[in-house]
Write a protein that binds this ligand. Structure first.
Ligand code: NAP
Length: 617
């Protein structure tokens, strides 16, 4: 999910470690043994087909993806044909935040187009039981001071977050500006009119002076290409399209219809870890199919203390958000959040000026190895069966996958109706009409739930159903076929007057996604309101400015690239295939961290904006 996104460990410690394999000489025998084990586990998981191992929700597989979980049947409405100042593609957090900041900046003639039946994006679609924000709700849910809302718990549940996206939209009057259940299929630049033309699945034509594309990272569900997926005659669906009509219950669990059902849950990432406990409580039998174990740290969720909330001073939320980032980067004097994120992610103290960078990197690696030993020991202390406990232990560096937090997941394996099917890095052999099969053993099941994630490599354009066509008929997919190229990750030459909001690539994504989304929203709103005020018709990034930013990204992200090269395959490193590094979120992230990036944006608005842009009045 979007913190999801849902997922960007680009903070201090990972950057400091850089080339993990190159640091061996400094390790103790035990530490070197662990690193050997990491390499062996990684080797088991590297596959020739890399990201091609997954299948999309098309054709025969479309039945795994039910329709819209939150909307009435498609309502009839006439096609819209209109002209606006701004068209915003997507009504998730990024679309809502940019629209809110535009309205605040006085840009009110805007149209939002959203495929779901309401606002929320990932929180709209992901309604699986147990869905919960993994970042503290007081910093994850943006604009709490503006909406006057206090989350009920330290880690908010999905429905509360969804309600808050809607509350922000209400506060800024966005509902009347939205077209729901409508998918933008193409945005095309008309050079002669200096307008973007957005075409939609419902025949709309929206001409706009500026286009904002914020259609997210975690919106194209994927299925594993396990032989026989389509042969299964029982019931199956993807986690992001939960079928409550089949399972019964709701997002709190109580899936009453599963009481006599044998269920297989495939996938043990952030999603699978949240789903397994409510499934285990309701199903007759649960098989958790694991390919790679995930780090499971304690959650320690608790109700919000009303006295604490009542004493919060104006400006508290941005300060708290910034404190989280500061702690992750190392160098904060206090830790306001004080949770397992900040403990797991804890960066080694920043090296004294003049410290040998190699020595600092070695210290960071040793700390990483020690933290992961703690995580593994924790599993043995919770899971009763030693063989199951061993299977659940992750052997990789701690930033290789987004860690998860749960006080229920590991405990679930102590239940008599739960079996871990550890596929030891391989995945299932096949699926038959009635069973999942691994290592010659068939497990008969009534239902298969795929918590197998999203296609984050798709650059969100053609593969995601949207063609972005710029000057001279060039598509953004073509421009970015080898690597992403932009200025600030937000605007790209050849696509004038277009803003990518939370494109994440070539910007500074953080673990707490809405924090950076709002910073980008504030920036984009300030830029567009100024261009409109100044009567600018066309804004184009200069080639020189784009080249300079690309060079900065390359220079600043090298250490990240080295780090992820040694990682177990995952969505973060293109399943270990770093030939696609030029398109990946992390390897194209601005390596100087969020504060530097935010300062770059504000300095640019003050001083360099008009130099870096070719403006036509
Ligand atoms: P994911 O992290 O991509 O995990 C997919 C899972 O499916 C992995 O465990 C993967 O195993 C497994 N898998 C894939 N192919 C398989 C096969 N053939 N056989 C067995 N298992 C297979 O997807 P996700 O869990 O949906 O999470 C995606 C992102 O959503 C996260 O990174 C996070 O940003 C976000 N999210 C956030 C929250 C939150 O609390 N805010 C909650 C859920 C999700 P391997 O590890 O071996 O590839």
């Amino acid at each position: 999910m979007s913190s999801g996104p849902d997922s960007a460990p680009v903070e201090g410690a990972a950057i400091q470690q850089g080339d993990v394999a190159g640091r061996r000489a400094a390790l103790s025998a035990e530490e070197a043994r662990l690193l050997d084990k990491y390499e062996q586990e990684r080797a088991k998981r590297i596959r020739a087909d890399g990201t091609a191992q997954y299948r999309k929700s098309e054709g025969e597989l479309a039945r795994f993806f039910l329709g819209d979980p939150g909307a009435e049947p498609l309502s009839d409405r006439p096609a819209v044909d209109e002209e606006v100042d701004v068209v915003v593609v997507g009504g998730g957090w990024s679309g809502v935040l940019t629209s809110a900041r535009l309205v605040q900046a006085g840009v009110t003639n805007l149209r939002i187009v959203e495929s779901g039946g309401g606002f929320g994006g990932v929180w709209y679609w992901n309604r699986y039981p147990g869905a919960r924000c993994d970042i503290e709700s007081y910093i994850y849910i943006p604009l709490l001071e503006e909406t006057g809302f206090v989350p009920a718990e330290k880690y908010a549940a999905g429905p509360e977050i969804r309600a808050q996206v809607e509350a922000v939209a209400t506060r800024f009057g966005l509902h009347s500006r939205a077209l729901f259940q409508t998918r933008v299929t193409e945005v095309r630049w008309d050079d002669s009119a200096a307008r973007w033309i957005a075409s939609t699945s419902r025949g709309d034509k929206i001409r706009a002076r500026f286009a904002f594309v914020g259609n997210g990272q975690l919106n194209f569900p994927k299925l594993p290409a396990i032989p026989g997926v389509e042969d299964f005659k029982g019931h199956s669906f993807h986690s992001s399209r939960w079928d409550y009509a089949y399972t019964g219950g709701d997002e709190k669990g109580n899936l009453v219809n599963l009481a006599d059902k044998r269920v297989a849950l495939i996938g043990t990432g952030c999603t699978g870890v949240q789903i397994a406990p409510p499934l285990a409580r309701s199903a007759k039998q649960l098989y958790v199919v694991q390919r790679t174990p995930t780090v499971i740290a304690a959650r320690d969720n608790r109700a919000t203390d009303p006295e604490w909330a009542a004493k919060l001073e104006p400006g508290w939320q941005k300060a708290r958000m910034a404190n989280f980032e500061q702690v992750l980067m190392g160098g904060a004097n206090d830790n306001l959040i004080d949770d397992e994120w900040t403990r797991i992610w804890e960066a080694p103290s920043l090296p004294e000026p003049g410290t040998d960078p190699a020595a600092a990197a070695e210290a960071a690696l040793k700390m990483d190895l020690a933290k992961m030993e703690e995580m593994r020991a924790r599993i043995s202390s919770i899971v009763h069966d030693p063989e199951t406990a061993e299977s659940l232990k992750p052997y990789y560096n701690r930033f290789c996958k987004r860690p998860t937090f749960s006080d229920e997941y590991l405990q679930t394996f102590n239940r008599p109706n739960v079996t871990l099917v550890d596929t030891r890095g391989k995945g299932l052999d096949r699926i038959t009409e009635s069973a999942i099969v691994f290592d010659g053993q068939a497990y008969e099941v009534d239902c298969i739930i795929y918590a197998t994630g999203f296609d984050v490599l798709a650059t969100s354009h053609k593969e995601g159903g949207i063609e972005i066509i710029g000057r001279g008929g060039q598509s953004m997919d073509d421009k970015w076929s080898d690597a992403v190229r932009s200025l600030h990750g937000m605007y790209t030459r050849g696509f004038p007057n277009l803003f990518l909001v939370m494109g994440a690539r070539q910007s500074a994504p953080t673990l707490n996604f809405p924090y950076m989304m709002d910073e980008q929203a504030l920036h984009a709103a300030a830029v567009v309101s100024r261009l409109l005020r100044d009567g600018v018709r066309v804004m184009e990034v200069s080639q020189e400015a784009e080249d300079r930013w690309c060079a900065t990204i390359t220079a600043k992200s090298t250490a990240n690239l080295d780090y992820f090269r040694a990682c177990t395959p995952s969505l973060l490193n293109a399943e270990g295939n770093l030939k696609d590094a030029g398109k990946l979120i992390l390897t194209t992230a601005y390596g100087g961290g969020p504060f530097e990036y935010i300062e770059i944006l504000s300095n640019w608005r003050e001083h360099a904006m008009t130099d870096d842009l070719e403006l036509t009045h």
